[in-house]
Design a binder for this molecule. Structure first.
Ligand code: DUT
Ligand code: MG
Length: 156
């Protein structure tokens, strides 16, 4: 079996804002998302949303972005999602990371307890563009086709 080189890790400053909460953690080696925890108990009625604190602040080096994704287990089992999925954590942001949770279930409330892992933070490189206004865009095969132009779905 081919040896996998150890995953490269970027150093990110972390400030814990709540002593009783565990820092973000990767559940398994090689995982992309570090799980974030809620510092508060919260009950979300069907269709309800709430901005939930995580008790952490970070300083990402410029050139990186933090993306907050839902956890698929909670999504599939309970319908828990994020209003703004994925949330964007800018490199310059030093405030507390908060997660706008949304209960998409039509019937059942979702109960979360302080310390529960509610979402995951994926850190990625990011590029800024220098936008150049032009009269005509360069040509491409796709052109202006979009929104299902390549087919592959059932029509009614
Ligand atoms: O799920 C999220 C999304 C954002 N933020 C924080 C970090 C981010 O850097 C900042 C701004 O987020 P965004 O740019 O998505 O929001 P905006 O509505 O454009 O606000 P702003 O005008 O402050 O950029 O809010 C969170 O804590 N959680
Ligand atoms: Mg913004």
């Amino acid at each position: 079996m081919q040896e996998r080189p150890e995953m490269e890790k970027v150093h990110v400053e972390l400030k814990m804002l709540d002593d009783g909460i565990e820092p973000p953690s990767y559940a398994l080696p090689g995982d992309a998302g570090a799980d974030l925890r809620t510092t508060v108990d919260v009950v979300l009625a069907p269709g309800e949303r709430a901005l939930v604190p995580t008790g952490i602040a970070i300083a990402l080096p410029e050139g990186l972005v933090g993306l907050i994704h839902p956890r698929s287990g909670l999504a599939v089992r309970h319908g828990l999602s994020l209003v703004n999925s994925p949330g964007t954590i800018d490199a310059g942001y030093r405030g507390e990371i908060k997660v706008p949770l949304l209960n998409t279930d039509r019937n059942e409330a979702i109960t979360l307890r302080r310390g529960d892992r509610i979402a995951q933070l994926v850190i990625q490189p990011v590029l800024q563009a220098s936008f150049t206004p032009v009269e005509e865009l360069s040509e491409s095969v796709r052109g202006d086709g979009g929104f299902g132009s390549t087919g592959g779905f059932v029509t009614s």
